[in-house]
Design a protein around this ligand. Structure first.
Ligand code: SF4
Ligand code: SF4
Length: 679
């Protein structure tokens, strides 16, 4: 039992002479740490200036909540829990060490009585938590695939080092209790348990062993601290919070525009226009910060359709190569413009660059808030605008778009005759501000799905007496294929014309169904001066349901329906609940979710221009996705995008024994359940 008159405390440097050596080493550690940090900051500052979101749009609050709770790892395996143990263990032990140094330098009261007991307990529990986190992380790291071997080896090395630092700390504590005894050892339960591991040590053997462990522990801990700014696995603790806070709360930042005026200038001086990410010197401050924030955890690969179908793109390796490439260019003093990013690294090759679907699944799973897509689009842009390099099929789509205003090269006749067949007014008959401008997008020759879905939309609007119109002009596409294929000049030309036409019609609200058109009209057109508002069909009809204006009769027989989220709606726009809510409200529909859904849905493989280019080797993302959808045994697959429809239709046809599955847009189901006739 502790003597009630015995004051709880202990000597901080018990048995340790030459304390100046420790403080000198701590000083050297601080210098090495700060030097590494300074080098990283200089790496960021050497980049091209990039726009910073306003303080209101910065995600500071969500970042703090994210870091404290690790909620961005929700739904993961155990990694959220073991990383929480590592995080809190490391932070608390670091704070305790600083506190001890302060107490040793003249504030001994800080380490006497209740504060001593509290600090002792906190340090003991933090160390135990850290050890437990290391153990679980080591066990879980065995689950990696063979392609992840190198990454897992590096991760294990770092975990082992952390574990040894902790273990030697407990040995130091245990030896002290074992040799000297401690009336208050109940406040360091793990240290007390460790003291029982040692046999009785004769004479000076105990203190000698204590000194060995003490110095070993101190050297390893100081080495670890000095290594933080240099190791990708540790460095994230310095840069991740800043990078994450730079991600605007919403919407996801679109790829920045090339300055429209500089695009139009004739003969701009070489190097005066930044077309995209062409060479190391084009990497912006923000992009460089992201390169340092990446901890190489590999989460970005889990939902990546390119990586999961065995293509050469791996978002993790791509970031690592980009960081090394930029660093090497600067070290070797290579002049900018010598070696394009797109072919100077192992991971960023022309084939990996064009394998990307721009689906943003990597960004969704990245705990560091890295935005891969704007970088990849910028590399594509530099390739296309600067060198005219892109896959042949993509070049064909761009030629069609420039020639006819339609990436399929279709004449406007199909669209015009559909509008006439439907007897749709080409100008607002009511007050122009109230009538909806119904955006159709471009028609593909021979495609029956798009006119069918648009006819359902028209029938629904008529059923609920919503005033709308479709002008004969504009007839061309929104320009999205040009933007994602890197032809920014063509995109801005098309977008400018479309904005002018929409505003000339007097419409204040544009109703859009295609998720790709919706994203461009809503998020990119405003950057070019558009002032109208853009509504997605799912949010529009959800509003009618909420107001009880839309009541459906439903289906006579129950349909089991699986809804697939398009990347550009679920992830880009976070429109996940409205289409589901509409389907779930229809009597006779039993709604099921596929295994990966919502913001973490697996891509159909059509994005990033792949609807126009067939670059898939053996496996296709659409076939993988169809397989998981079929595991839910639906009779209908509901989609919300014409590209998804075509990909799944094609994947079904490729099956040797296709099941009976109807692929339909949710608008078709809504129309059938409400107006009653099959759309
Ligand atoms: S998920 Fe983010 S932090 Fe992890 S490897 Fe990918 S980019 Fe880096
Ligand atoms: S955007 Fe999609 S395809 Fe491209 S790297 Fe990210 S996950 Fe992979």
């Amino acid at each position: 039992m502790p003597d009630m008159f015995d004051t709880p405390t202990r000597e901080i440097f018990w048995q340790v002479s030459h304390q100046w050596v420790f403080y000198s080493l701590a000083f050297v550690t601080s210098v090495v740490f700060l030097w590494g940090l300074l080098k990283s900051v200089r790496f960021i500052r050497r980049g091209t200036a990039s726009s910073v979101p306003s303080i209101k749009k910065l995600g500071i609050g969500p970042t703090i909540k994210d870091i404290l709770s690790h909620r961005s790892l929700v739904g993961e395996d155990t990694s959220r829990y073991w990383h929480l143990l590592l995080f809190y263990g490391f932070v608390l032990l670091f704070l305790v060490t600083c506190y001890l140094m302060l107490a040793h330098y003249g504030c001994e009261d800080l380490f006497t009585g209740a504060p001593y007991l509290f600090i002792t307990l906190v340090a003991d529990l933090a160390g135990a938590g850290l050890m437990l986190g290391v153990l679980v992380a080591l066990i879980m790291s065995r689950q990696g695939t063979s392609s992840e071997r190198e990454r897992i080896r590096a991760k294990r090395g770092m975990l082992l080092l952390l574990g040894v630092v902790c273990l030697t700390g407990f040995f130091v504590e245990g030896l002290r209790i074992h040799i000297k005894g401690d009336t208050w050892q109940a406040w360091s339960p793990v240290g007390a348990a460790a003291s029982r591991l040692f046999p009785s040590l004769p004479g000076s053997d105990g203190p000698r062993l204590f000194k060995v462990f003490w110095w070993l522990h101190a050297l390893l801990a100081l080495g670890l601290l000095a290594w933080i700014p240099r190791s990708p696995r540790l460095r994230h603790m310095l840069f991740l919070p800043f990078n994450r806070a730079m991600v605007p709360v919403e919407p996801r930042s679109p790829t920045p525009l090339v300055d429209p005026h500089s695009l139009r200038r004739s003969n701009p001086p070489p190097g005066s226009v930044r077309l995209g990410l062409e060479t190391a010197s084009d990497a912006t401050h923000r992009q460089r910060l992201g390169l340092l924030a990446c901890m190489e955890c590999g989460r970005c690969e889990r939902l990546c359709p390119a990586f999961q179908t065995g293509q050469s793109l791996t978002p993790r390796q791509y970031l690592r190569d980009l960081r090394e490439y930029v660093g090497q260019c600067e070290q070797q003093g290579r002049p900018p413009g010598v070696e394009p990013v797109a072919s100077a690294t192992q991971a960023i090759t022309p084939s990996s660059l064009w394998a990307c679907r721009l689906c943003r699944a990597c960004e969704e799973l990245c705990p560091a808030g890295i935005e891969h897509v704007p970088q990849l689009v910028e590399i594509r842009r530099a390739e296309v605008l600067g060198h005219g390099r892109l896959p042949d099929e993509g070049a064909g789509a761009l030629r069609n778009l420039a020639r006819t205003g339609n990436p399929y090269g279709a004449s406007p006749v199909e669209r015009t005759s559909w509008i006439q067949d439907q007897r749709i007014p080409d100008h607002p008959s009511h007050d122009s501000g109230k009538a909806l401008f119904l955006w159709t997008g471009c028609f593909q020759p021979g495609d029956e799905q798009k006119p069918r879905v648009l006819s359902c939309l028209v029938a629904l609007l008529r059923e609920f007496e919503v005033p709308f119109f479709i002008p004969q002009e504009p007839t061309s596409c929104c320009g999205d294929p040009a933007r994602i294929l890197g032809e920014e000049d063509l995109f801005q030309t098309i977008a400018g014309e479309q904005i002018q036409s929409i505003e000339a019609s007097g419409a204040e609200r544009v109703l859009v169904h295609c998720p790709h058109c919706y994203t461009v009209l809503k998020d990119v057109y405003p950057l070019l001066g558009a002032r109208f508002s853009v509504i997605h069909t799912s949010e529009f009809f959800q509003g009618l349901i909420r107001e009880k204006k839309l009541q459906s009769k439903g289906f006579p027989h129950t349909k089991s329906v699986v809804y697939h989220d398009p990347c550009f709606l679920g992830r880009y726009q976070e429109i996940v609940a409205p289409p589901r809510g509409i389907l779930a409200s229809l009597p006779g529909i039993e709604l099921r979710d596929p295994p990966r859904s919502g913001k973490q849905a697996y891509c159909c493989g059509a994005g990033g221009g792949h609807f126009f280019m067939d670059l898939d080797l053996e496996e296709r993302p659409s076939s993988q996705r169809l397989e998981e959808i079929l595991s839910r045994e639906p009779d209908t697959l509901a989609v919300s995008c014409g590209f998804c429809f075509s990909m799944f239709d094609d994947a079904l046809r490729r099956l040797p024994d296709p099941p009976s599955l109807r692929v339909a847009d949710w608008l078709e189901l809504l129309m059938e359940a409400t107006v009653g006739q099959k759309g």
